[in-house]
Design a protein around this ligand. Structure first.
Ligand code: PXP
Length: 244
């Protein structure tokens, strides 16, 4: 069964739109932790949240509350910086997914350049793994990045599905093929395979056929549908499409 990690960053984005200067207010809404508990109730296997250096959506307090209150597992997304690494080691999530972070991007745009950052990633990965945290690397499905992820000793790669999600027609099928080749190579090298970014209620039908997939991390489309259908229904509908 393909597992679903629900990314609740966009719930925090909505809260910050109104309460950025007073997140502690008792009426600060919507609460991303409450969203996580609903997603769990609907069958999510985990909750994903990204504590960005600029704190544009998820706040430190959200991460600690998620760790305490959710009953599945926390997948903590983070850029490779000493500040956020220290927080990850304190929070002790089940999983960390290392992502690139650029202050000007609207959301995570490209995969992590593992091949070009072996030396800076290695100590971070070692510290996380020494603390018992499972490490995933968010990469484009390129051979060099998959090989570098294996060399770095990560347990998982999360294949970046954004290029696939943005492509149309035959270009989309070509991107699907790239993802499939990347997943196959990752598996051959002993890596486990997740995927995420831009997955929605339509393209899931193609994504779910990728080989060796264990978990999808999905945020924007589920939170968008939740505006109309409610989060519990939106999560259940995605799960039903993932595992027909
Ligand atoms: N996986 C990673 C590593 C991400 O950075 C994101 C976006 O925050 C997602 C999954 C979820 O992407 P989306 O919100 O497009 O579903």
């Amino acid at each position: 069964m393909l597992r679903l990690g629900v990314n609740i960053d966009h719930v925090a984005t909505l809260r910050q739109a109104r309460y950025r200067d007073n997140v502690q207010a008792p009426n600060a809404e919507p609460d991303p932790v409450a969203a996580a508990l609903i997603a769990e109730r609907a069958g999510a296997s985990g909750i994903t949240a990204h504590l960005r250096a600029d704190r544009r959506h998820i706040q430190d307090g959200d991460i600690f509350r998620l760790r305490r209150e959710i009953t599945t597992k926390l997948n903590f997304e983070m850029g490779n910086t000493p500040e956020i690494l220290a927080i990850a080691l304190e929070v002790q999530p089940a999983d960390v997914c290392l992502v690139p972070e650029n202050r000007n991007e609207v959301t995570t745009e490209g995969g992590l350049d593992c091949a070009g950052q072996i030396e800076s990633l290695r100590p971070t990965i070692q510290k996380l793994q020494a603390a018992g945290i499972v490490v995933s690397l968010f990469i484009d499905p390129d051979e060099a990045q998959v090989r570098a992820s294996a060399e770095l000793g990560a347990e998982f790669v999360e294949l970046h599905t954004g290029a696939f999600a943005n492509a149309l027609g035959s270009d989309q099928l070509a991107e699907l093929d790239r993802l499939s080749t990347g997943a196959t190579l990752a598996h051959e090298l002993g890596l486990r395979v997740n995927a995420g970014h831009g997955i929605n209620y339509e393209n899931i039908v193609l994504i779910r056929s990728l080989p060796h997939l264990e978990e999808l991390n999905i945020g924007h489309s589920i939170v968008s549908r939740a505006v109309f259908a409610g989060l519990e229904t939106a999560t259940r509908e995605m799960l039903a499409l993932m595992n027909p």
